[in-house]
Design a protein. Sequence first.
Lengths: 135, 135
Amino acid sequence: MINYTDILREHNLKATPQRLAIANTLYTNGHITIDSLYEVMVEKFNAISLATIYKNINLMLENSFIKEVKLPNAKSVYELTQAPHSHLVCTKCSAIEDITIDLNSIIDTVTKTSSFKVDSTNLVLSGICKKCSNN
Amino acid sequence: MINYTDILREHNLKATPQRLAIANTLYTNGHITIDSLYEVMVEKFNAISLATIYKNINLMLENSFIKEVKLPNAKSVYELTQAPHSHLVCTKCSAIEDITIDLNSIIDTVTKTSSFKVDSTNLVLSGICKKCSNN
DNA sequence: TTATTAAATGATAAAAATTATCATTTAAAT
DNA sequence: ATTTAAATGATAATTTTTATCATTTAATAA
Ligand SMILES: [Mn+2]
Ligand SMILES: [Mn+2]
Ligand SMILES: [Zn+2]
Ligand SMILES: [Zn+2]
């Protein structure tokens, strides 16, 4: 159980018990949908409102405390903001893995060939994870 | 005005006037949201139902006649299925450009370092387009 | 052609997802 | 301890998407 009080405040977010729990849920689960997050949160706060989940997710996104990951053929998942990274998604078991890939050579090529200035990247690779290729 | 009758049928879709119009709208506009597509379609069929748009978009996705492109901080856009390609999105003017990038070296690296078998890629690069960097 | 039929459409209701409102509570700063 | 702006929970409202169903129509074959 990590204490996210200071990090929340650094992102201009009051450190409420609900937000601390959201942060820890994201830390524990890695990537989670709104629905799953709500389910987990109800365990911890039996009277929490779904509106609180939505409001906090939106605020946390605006303040870059979390990031949204849009996946093909699935609902978005949310994660704590970390160093930029890409995602591997298994089409069999839906597992999501983080992976750090150096995209600089690609960005350079794009810059040269299209005169488009790349600021950020979003890469999702779909396929079969290690576990599923064995089973 | 391209005639999409045969191509629709190849995808097991009856060539209705509404579907032919959707296909041509996608061909003309390139990438379009559900809302914009509906607006354009109402011009051509003043009594078209929004349900028809949704049902056709979903069917066309299932039959791979079209693809969905999920963008950061924006609604999904839809496009006719083409050769796999990536997207450039301008954060100033929201313009979307197609770009073909060879990702094989990246896929190879991922396969070797993570034993994950990559089947398909989804890459969106955000930044400033040529037009916006000049203005 | 005309007849047949499964599928598509449009109108609408229903459901699901998200946001707005507001009285009450609370975190954070005095 | 007081103050206050913000957060929460309850709920309504809105938005988005899907389901239902009577009617129409595209595709096939007589
Ligand atoms: Mn991640
Ligand atoms: Mn495209
Ligand atoms: Zn798997
Ligand atoms: Zn631009």
